[in-house]
Design a protein around this ligand. Structure first.
Ligand SMILES: Nc1ncnc2c1ncn2[C@@H]1O[C@H](COP(=O)(O)OP(=O)(O)OP(=O)(O)O)[C@@H](O)[C@H]1O
Length: 804
């Protein structure tokens, strides 16, 4: 091998800095990162043969861990005497250390999706095979150690092996396969056709397979080496890994780890090779010369010229490892013997160039298109199935969750309204009770009488009479109204409680009912209980029996007028409460659909809140401007004050009481309640239907989105294929300049390229994205739009880059 001298005689140790590859981790960026090739030099001990030679001297000395010095007699003035590398290993160094410092880091990259190559370079008998065996063994050990330490990931290790013997590629796992062809793959680079690949079951199996490969390798005896490798051997481990818990859409890492044991450069004069050995030596040297040229060109500052990868099969196969997407470590082996000084110098020149070569490795993350599409299709199918049965599966739990959320809001609102109603009641109590703690607005007849005396105008007798009549019923009416409010509140609570009970049962029955739902229900029930306790506290502030019938009626009227607005407010608030409860009940599913329809109907009736139609009768204040003139109300309003007590009792009868009144209520107000029930049921059904429709709509949207994503993915895949295709055929395209495209109706967006095979389901803009179109003309058909039927000529631009 002949080679010109290196451009720089040596590199100071301080200048050797390795680029950290932190970004090249699975968790980090998959962006390509530049890194120089890791170059180490190993000097083996003198061999028996060399020791046998009497005049043998050691020509090289490792002065520190990075520097090797020539200490033999001066041979060439221009030749450097000191060389610096990433690491230098002296004759006493064990292979383990060479692996640790010169190969391990690079080799382990393959486990995280980064291509890695380790190769040994050096003259024949310099110790390449010796070193690579040790390195491979250690790497296999560490790979399986890593697999053991990372149980969350699933690893697949595949092995393939080849040798390049006399420029023929042979499969070492299938020795009878004959020479294999090299193919150019736009994605993977050069691939060896029909190269066998086996999955290693475990480390033992892998070692066994490696052993088979080594056995198959061409070895011959030369004057320098009893077992000289006559071929370049490449053992390739393909490491695939993925997270075990990954879903159908798998993101995995895949990388190749190459162990390359090159044949050694040799001089026929030294090896005394003749015949077959000589021929082998010729091929070995030629391919090594190409390798040196490639390395030298890659290492030159202007890396623009042609890199002759294709000049040898070795460089074609190793192309990615030489300045491409891989981390590379080169271990240069050399003999310390002075007799091999010139060969060793050539090795050091090669090493000096190699350390200037920059690779751009990246994490090879693989998202399997097939798996992704399959996953999305499964998802679409699942959602479509759900669409067909919207009340099933997860949609049901969604509806339930929504209902619970809505109930929570309702309850919150209810609580607020209860509080403000209570405040309003207290205020009324204060006013009517003259700030006394008890609820007895009529226990101070003196005061009211006094009040009447002051305010009574003598000339308004009719009015007063009327007022007297009115005010005589007013205390009772007020009491009555407050009772009604209380009862209403009580009813609301009962209804809310029932609603919660039904929901609770629904949750329990529900297959997908979860703990959260049960907790929410429990919370709501607690709130209802709290409401009840507050209500019972209010009940403790009971109105005393009206013994103040003879109180100042005028005062009463004034007070009642004042209370009017408060009661109206209270009324409005209670209406709000009612509405909340209405909504709450309506949000429940249609209980009529359950098989036990009789019970359901009854339950539904019980559940129904106070009907809107009869509510005003119950809660309108008699003095209120909003008061209705229903018979009951008029009757009560016009009743004589003496009959207050009786009236009161009558009124009590007419109004539902706490115990047993709910059942009565349902039976009693048959007509209005039923009407109200049917209205509410309709509303309830409508609301539930709306919720279901909304849910179906959202699922449908999601399905559409998923479908779009699948379509987009397929489109991107096609686009990628097209891009590659066009890129590949650029030379042809450049010659042609025009490309015929036929558009066929009704496939408006489908373009059949005249090279066949590839279809573009898109418009002309897609072609532009592929770097193809600038102009187009038609042979036939209308020319106004590119979507029409006809044959089109697409002109190429030069945006495409040729790879080769
Ligand atoms: N570091 C070392 N320590 C001890 N012995 C070594 C060392 N390196 C190599 N040897 C011995 O030197 C001899 C030649 O080594 P090896 O076959 O590995 O050289 P090679 O470079 O692969 O040669 P070839 O290119 O001809 O195949 C072997 O007997 C090997 O055991």
């Amino acid at each position: 091998m002949s080679a010109s001298r290196p451009p720089t005689p040596s590199t100071p140790a301080s200048k050797i800095q390795r680029t950290p590859m932190a970004g090249l981790t699975p968790g980090g960026s998959s962006r390509a990162q530049e890194e120089k090739i890791l170059v180490t030099v190993r000097v083996r001990p003198l061999s028996k043969r060399e020791l046998a030679m009497k005049d043998q001297k050691v020509a090289w000395e490792c002065t520190d861990s990075q520097t090797i010095l020539y200490k033999g007699p001066p041979q060439d003035r221009a030749a450097p005497t000191s060389y610096t590398f990433d690491k230098v290993f002296g004759p006493a160094c064990q292979t383990d250390l060479v692996y640790e410092d010169g190969a391990k880091d690079v080799a382990m990259s393959a486990l995280t999706g980064i291509n890695a190559t380790i190769f040994a370079y050096g003259q024949t008998s310099s110790g390449k095979t010796f070193t690579m065996r040790g390195v491979t063994e250690s790497a296999v050990r560490d790979i399986y150690k890593h697999i053991e330490n990372n149980p969350e990931r699933e690893f697949i290790i595949k092995i393939s092996a080849m040798e390049i013997y006399n420029e023929n590629v042979k499969d070492l796992l299938r020795p009878d396969s004959g020479p294999l062809r090299l193919l150019d793959d736009p994605e993977k680079g050069t691939i060896v056709e029909k190269l066998d690949e086996e999955i290693a079951k475990d480390s033992q199996h892998l070692r066994h397979l490696i052993g088979i490969c080594e056995e198959q390798r061409q070895v011959g005896e030369t004057a320098l080496n009893d077992a000289s490798s006559r071929s370049h051997q490449i053992i390739r481990l393909t490491v695939e890994s993925r997270l075990r818990e990954a879903s159908g859409c798998v993101k995995s890492f895949v990388a190749n780890l190459n162990f390359v044991d090159l044949a050694g450069s040799e001089r026929a004069a030294q090896t005394h090779a003749i015949g077959a050995r000589l021929k082998e030596g010729g091929h070995i040297n030629r391919s090594l010369l190409t390798l040196t040229t490639v390395i030298r060109k890659l290492s030159s500052e202007k890396r623009s010229g042609h890199i002759p990868y294709r000049d040898s099969k070795l460089t074609r196969i190793l192309q990615l490892s030489l300045g491409g997407n891989a981390r590379t470590a080169i271990i240069c082996t050399m003999s310390p013997a002075i007799t091999h000084a010139e060969q060793s110098r050539n090795t050091l020149f090669f090493a000096t160039c190699a350390k200037e070569v920059t690779n751009t490795a990246k994490v090879n993350m693989v998202v399997s298109d097939k798996q992704l599409v399959k996953h999305l299709q499964t998802e679409v199918a699942r959602l479509e199935a759900e669409l067909r049965t919207p009340d099933r599966a997860s949609s049901s739990s969604d509806i339930l969750a929504r209902k619970i959320k809505q109930m929570e809001l309702e309850m919150e609102e209810l609580r607020k309204q209860r509080d403000s109603a209570q405040l309003a009641l207290e205020e009324i109590q204060k006013r009517t009770g003259d700030n006394q703690p008890g609820w007895n607005p009529f226990d101070s007849p003196q005061k009211t009488r006094k009040c009447l005396t002051f305010s009574e105008p003598s000339n308004n007798k009719i009015k007063i009479r009327s007022s007297v009549r009115q005010s005589s019923t007013a205390p009772f009416m007020l009491k009555h109204e407050i009772r009604k409010l209380e009862q209403l509140q009580q009813q609301l609570e009962v209804e809310a409680n029932r609603a919660i009970d039904v929901l609770h049962k629904e949750v329990e029955c529900h297959k997908h009912g979860n703990q959260d739902a049960a907790e929410t229900i429990a919370k709501l029930q607690a709130e209802i209980r709290e409401m009840q306790s507050v209500r019972s506290e209010n009940r403790d502030v009971e109105m005393v029996t009206d013994e103040g019938n003879g109180s100042d009626l005028k005062d009463e009227i004034t007070r009642l007028h004042l209370q009017d607005s408060d009661i109206a407010k209270l009324e409005a608030k209670l209406e709000n409460v009612q509405r909340s409860i209405d909504k709450l009940v309506m949000s429940l599913p249609n209980v009529e659909t359950t098989p036990n329809s009789n019970r359901s109907k009854k339950k539904k009736r019980m559940l129904l809140p106070l009907g809107i139609s009869n509510r005003p009768n119950l809660i309108r204040a008699p003095c209120s401007p909003h008061s209705s003139s229903t018979p009951l109300e008029l009757e009560v309003e016009n009743r004589a004050p003496e009959g207050d007590k009786v009236s009161h009792e009558g009124s009590e009868k007419a109004t539902p009481t706490k115990s047993g009144d709910t059942g009565d209520l349902s039976l009693r107000d048959e007509t209005p309640r039923r009407r109200s029930s049917s209205v509410n049921m309709k509303r309830m059904q409508k609301m539930f239907q709306n919720a279901a429709e909304e849910n179906v709509r959202s699922i449908r949207d999601y399905v559409t989105e998923l479908k779009e994503r699948v379509a987009k993915l397929q489109y991107q895949k096609q686009l990628l294929v097209c891009q590659r295709y066009w890129s590949w055929n650029l030379t042809k395209a450049k010659q042609m300049r025009w490309m015929k495209i036929q558009l066929k109706m009704p496939d408006l967006y489908r373009m059949v390229l005249n090279h066949g095979r590839y279809y573009l389901r898109s418009r002309c803009s897609t072609l532009y994205n592929c770097g193809i179109s600038v102009m187009y003309q038609s042979y036939t058909g209308p020319s106004s739009t590119c979507y029409s039927e006809g044959i089109w000529l697409i002109r190429y631009t030069s945006r495409l880059k040729s790879e080769d």
